[in-house]
Design a protein around this ligand. Sequence first.
Ligand SMILES: Cc1ncc(COP(=O)(O)O)c(C=O)c1O
Length: 490
Amino acid sequence: MAAVPLCLEPRLEPRLASLLGAEDLLHTLVDALGSPLNVVLPDQIAENAERFHATYCRHRLSGQVFFAHKANRSSALVRRLAATDAAVDVASLGELQHALGAGFTPDRIMATGPKTPEFLWLAARTGVTINVDSDTELDDLAAVVRGHRLPRVQILLRLSAFEATSGVTVLTRTSRFGSPVGELDSLLDTVERHGDAVELTGIGYHLDTTSLDEKAVALEGCIRALDACRSRGLRPRAVDIGGGFGVNYLADGEQWERYTSALTNAVLGRRPPMTWRGHGYGLRNEAGTLRGSLGLYPAHRPVAAERYLDELLSRPAPSLGGRPLATLLLENLCDLFTEPGRALVDQCGLVLARVLEVRRTDAGEHLVRLGMKADDVSLEEHGVLMDPVVITREGAPAAVGGEPVGVYLAGSLCLEADLITRRMVLLPRLPRPGDLLAFANTAGYCMDFRSSRAQHQPVARAVAVWQEAGSWRWCLDEVYWPPMCPGGQP
Ligand SMILES: Cc1ncc(COP(=O)(O)O)c(C=O)c1O
C-alpha cells in the first residue's frame, strides 16, 4: 500500500480561502510591492472579536476583549478593531501611541508587560488602565502620577505562581512576570500606600501555557484573591485572564497525528529523514532511545480561541463549592477581561513570497529559494508547522494529479541557517520561478514579530484587503481606515 503523504494543510475559513483563490490579484500585488508581502484582512479581526463577545454573552458576563497588539503590527487591523466594541492591550510605548492614533479611547486601552518610564508616563497621562507587573512598578507609577500631578490611575495587579487547592497536582510554569499570589498581602500594602495615586480596579494573570488546568487554577486563585482585596476595603471589579486561547492551524487532525508520529520514527532512524540535516524539533535519538520533547505548537487544536474560553469558563472551581468559574465571576459582580493575541488574528492574514530558484542539492533534495528571509515568516521560530499554498504564475500548468513533492524552503540571506522551514514541506507539484508561495494564517506573531533588515534586504510591505460587491479591494496597510459608512469603502 502506498504511504499516505505527510501533508500539513492549513485550516482556511471562507474569507481567507477566497483570497487565496484570487490568484491574479495576489500576483499583481507582489509584482507591484515586492516579495515578501504581508496581506491582512481587517474584517476578519472584527468577526473574531464578535465571537469572543458572543462567548461572554453565553455566560452572561460583561467585560472587555483586549486585543494583544503585539501579535501583529498592522495599522489596518487595529483601526478596524477600533470601529468595534473591542479594546486593545498595548505592551510598549509605540503600541500605545499606535492604539491612540487608531481611535481607541483610553477607557478601551490597557498597558501590560514590562514598561519604560516614557510608556508609564504616557499611559498615566492619557488615563489608560495599567496592568501592574510588580510592586516596584507600582512605586514607579505612583511617583510619575504624583510628580506630574496626574489624576489617579486605574490599575490591575498581575499575579502569578498560583497553586491548586483541590489536592490534585497541577503543574504550573514559573514566570518572570507578575507578582506571586503568595505575596498578595504585601502587594496590597503597597497599593494602599499609594492610594492617592492609584485605584485598584482588578486583578489577573497571563500564563504562557496551553493548559486549561493551569488556567482554571489561576482563575480560581484570582476569584479567591478578590476576597483578600475586599477585606481591606479595596473594590476590584474585574478579573483579567490574559491571552493564550490558541489557534487551530490545521485542517485535519489525522494529518497532524501522522506527521508527528512519522517525525518520531524519522528521529529514531526508522524511516527516511523528514527534516533538514535530521533536525528533530526537540527530539533526539540516544542510542536507539527517544529523548527530549517535541518543541512544537500543537497545530491541530479543535478547542481553541472562543471555544477554549468557553471551556475555561465552564470549568468547576473545587475550592469554591465546585461551581463553574463563570458563575463565580457573576456572583462576584466581576467583569471579565481577556487579552487574546494570536486567537484574535486567526485567519486574518497571509505572507506571500516569490519563488526565485528551484534546484537539487547534492543529496538530491529539492531546494526552493524564496524572495524572503526566515524572519519574514517566523513559523519555525514559533514552532507552527503548516504547508504553504502554491499560487502558480498565469499560464503555468495547474497542479497535476498524483503525488505531492517534498521540498525544503530556503531564504534569501547568505547564511546557511536561513531556512524558511527546517522540515520538508509537501507541495502539490514542484513550483517554478515566478510562482508564489502563500503562508496562510500567519497574522499571529509569524508575520512581522521578528522581521529585520538583515543584509539591507527589505522588510515586507503590508496591504489590507477586503471584499466589496463580490470582488477583492486593497490598499496599503498604512492608508486603510474602517468603512466610513458600513459596507462602504475605507
Ligand atoms: C500579557 C500578555 N497578554 C496577552 C498575550 C497574548 O497571548 P496570545 O497571543 O497567546 O493570546 C501575551 C503574549 O505574550 C502577553 O504577554
